[in-house]
Every structure is written in C-alpha cells, then in structure tokens.
Ligand binder design. Structure first.
Ligand code: ADP
Ligand code: MG
Length: 229
C-alpha cells in the first residue's frame, strides 16, 4: 500500500552535497508494525518525514495506495497529512495551552459533537489515559504524555502512523506500554505503524525491522536480530 521507489535525499551544505538517504526501494504493508533502527545521524528522521509526506525526496517516488504523494496537488497532500497519516514527533506534538480533550476536539472539529466525543472517549480508553483527559500536558507524567501524543495522532484512524522515538527517555515498563499500544493499533485499526527506536528490547513487538546505516536502508532478518542479542 505504501511504496518507495528509488527514493533518495540529498542536502546541500555550503556548496557541498551530502546524501542523507541512499536510493531506497521499500514497501510497507497494511497492518504491519515496522521498527526503524540505526545510529544517530544515520537518516531515520529523514526517512520518516519522507514517508510522512512532510519532506520531498530529491529523487524517486512515494506512493500511498497507488497515488504519487509528491505529484498530487498541495491541497490534496495537505488533506492526506491531516487524515491519513498520523505523526508522533520526536519530543511532543501536544499543545501546552490546551487540555488533552481540548486538543483532541480541535483535531475532530469537522465531526459532529457527539461522534467526536465518542471517538475521544474510545481513544482515551485504548491508551488507558481517561483520567488525564481534562489535564494539561505539563501536568501529566512522561509516559502519559507520550500516550496522549499517540492518541492525538490516531483520532482520525490514519492509514499510516509514524512515530519518531516514542519511547525515548522512558523506563522499560513505560516503554513497553507504548510499544504494546502501537502494536495493538497496527492490529486493530487497519493502520500501518512505523516506529523509529534506539531501543533493541522493543524489536520483539514488531513484525519487521529496518536498519539505516549512513543513509543506507536495509531489512534486518530475524536471524541477524538473534545474533545481535
Ligand atoms: P537520525 O534521525 O537518524 O538521527 P537524520 O535523518 O535526522 O538522522 O539526519 C541524517 C543526516 O542528514 C544527518 O547528518 C543530518 O545532519 C542531515 N540532515 C537532516 N536534515 C537536514 C537538513 N534539513 N539540512 C541539512 N542536513 C540535514
Ligand atoms: Mg532522528
């Protein structure tokens, strides 16, 4: 459903060209939970933002359900980003001045009020954060904030959920909670989930592991993963 064909990304810095992502060919399937690993600076965020329709590759195409994302109109792409792609950014994508419920409602402003509230309750329930619905992001714990950010990203049942290091700075128990939630989202919501992580303990929850080394993207087989442990 999501396909990268001959995608590559270069940056120019002071007249010098630098390849952040080498030519990449890849498919991401429905309901698949994919982990992306690799050292700092290897190109993980670059990969994720290209897949998330946020950053155009220098060359190659990204298609979602056979539609070329970077060839469609700006309006349509903007729609796609709002509805079909959920993004959990590194850090937090929550607005400090609104309660969790208020920002969820903002995302659902085009829905009928009753339906919006029903969906908000459903998502809060799924993430086990009903008790913080009326709180501001800074008044909840790091683990709750991370789950609230995922909730915001899945309100509109996107086809694709992208999470950039959602477990960074969480202890193992909280990190596992997050990864279990992402796994259940990929299973139950018809959402493909792609998660960047530094944490190898989280890989057993994923269907598939992709490694990026100096911009070179490759599939990690189960055998290779076992050897790593
Ligand atoms: P990661 O997420 O794996 O840490 P990034 O994708 O953020 O890596 O970055 C990969 C490389 O591309 C790094 O060397 C980074 O400095 C460079 N890079 C990323 N974004 C830009 C940009 N907008 N302009 C110039 N260089 C960039
Ligand atoms: Mg990064």
């Amino acid at each position: 459903m999501i396909e990268l064909k001959n995608v590559c990304k270069e940056f120019t810095d002071g007249g010098e060209t630098f390849i952040a992502l080498e030519e990449t060919n890849l498919q991401i399937n429905e309901n698949e939970f994919t982990a992306v690993i690799g050292p700092s600076g290897s190109g993980k965020s670059t990969f994720l933002t290209i897949v998330g329709a946020l950053q155009q590759p220098t060359e190659g195409t990204l298609s979602i359900n056979d539609e070329d994302v970077y060839k469609m109109s700006e309006n349509k792409r903007s729609d796609l980003r709002f509805k079909d792609i959920g993004f959990v950014l590194q850090g937090s994508n929550l607005i400090p001045f609104l309660t969790i419920r208020e920002q969820y409602r903002l995302k659902l402003q085009k829905e009928k009020k009753d339906e919006a509230n029903q969906r908000i309750d459903e998502v809060l329930e799924l993430l086990s954060i009903k008790h913080i619905g009326d709180k501001y992001p800074e008044d909840v714990s790091g683990g709750e904030r991370a789950r609230a950010a995922i909730g915001l990203a899945i309100l509109l049942k996107p086809r694709l959920l992208l999470a950039d290091e959602p477990t960074a700075s969480l202890d193992t128990e909280k990190a596992v909670q997050i990864v279990e939630v992402l796994q259940s989202i990929s299973r139950e919501q018809d959402t493909s989930v792609v998660m960047v992580t530094h944490d190898e303990r989280m890989l057993e929850y994923c269907d598939r592991v992709i490694q990026i080394l100096d911009g070179d993207v490759s599939e990690v087989t189960e055998e290779k993963l076992k050897n790593k442990k």
